[in-house]
Design a protein around this ligand. Sequence first.
Ligand code: PLP
Length: 406
Amino acid sequence: MGNGDELDAEKAFFVADLSQVYLQHQRWVTSLPKITPYYAVKCNPDPYVLRLLASLGAGFDCASNGEISQVLNIGGIDPSRIIFANPCKANSFIRNAGKVGVDTMTFDNIDELYKVARTHPLAKLVVRILTDDTKSLCQLGLKYGAPLVTVPGLLAKAKELNLDVIGVSFHVGSGCYDPSVYSDAIGRARAVFDMGKDAGFLFNLLDVGGGFEDSLFEQAASVLTDAIEQHFPDRRNIKVIAEPGRFYVSKAFSLAANIIARRAPFSDSSSETPTESNHPSVMYYINDGVYGAFNCILFDHQVVHPYVLSMNGSFHVPASEPVSTSSVWGPTCDSIDCVCPKTELPSGLRVGDWLGFDNMGAYTLCAASQFNGFEVSKVVYTLGSGAAAAEVRSKLTAFAVEAHGL
Ligand code: PLP
């Protein structure tokens, strides 16, 4: 084996199962058939995920010029399928959005209105309101969202500047663990629709944002459906969209990481059998960490759970294998680079064995850095198996034919 082959053989890598994205979309259309998902590109801008979602009829939530270009460069996606869902944009970004035909964009402050009036006066504006985000892992209200008391003033200024405001958006926070907050948010959106009418606008867009957690999705969908029915009984002229990110991609990506080093901090490091203790007795070092894929631990408040993919060349770990309290660390020379401070792993794990991590598709790759010269882990793709795989293949093929005449 040449040195290059050896390097490649031990690199950490993602496995993306595109059929999981497809199956999540099936769940979406089953539970929320009247709400069009505008996938939040920031969550994972993987090119095949974007193509598949485009082929399934999704729109896209973009937050920057870069994300807008990435979506439009796929081909076959009309700019009207993009919402520029960043309430605080650079002047040049707003001007560029106008140039490429992206008209729908959010705002939550007066300065944004002056910028839009100057750089893209024909924009279709969506007022992002503040809602309760205290039941979420990542609270976005700290940074964005107009308190309801400020909305009449914003709408009056928009009117004065001859701008068009077409609707309301909110985000209950990413990783929402109490779906009841959607109900309160829809009530607030209703109040803002009424403010819009008072200000002389005819709103036709309701954007219910993201926050959808896999295990609570059906519950959230039911809360949303009931609240929309209650507060917006006549929806003939209203389009309802959402901006899901995590829900679509989290489960679809797993990461395999190689154990590159091992240390026994509380025992003689030359010992083959680390001492049992309540403290981690073995430290494993793997070749991806918090500066890479596991940035989700720092930025997205995630806790990850390693499992053994292969040990001593075998994919099977005997049930009788003893375990040791262990910690798992990333490869950089920084002590913050801890992937898992305490977990039980088989005592027989050695350098060269592989650990696996599931649910690694959301807010991982997109924010991975190359700090200390470590590469961002690459992705290998699978279509999965069975009917879902066949659907994914046919959707991607049909999209390629339509978009590029291939
Ligand atoms: N929309 C906006 C404006 C966001 O900021 C985010 C996440 O930060 C999302 C959508 C996606 O949220 P989630 O991944 O919780 O679905």
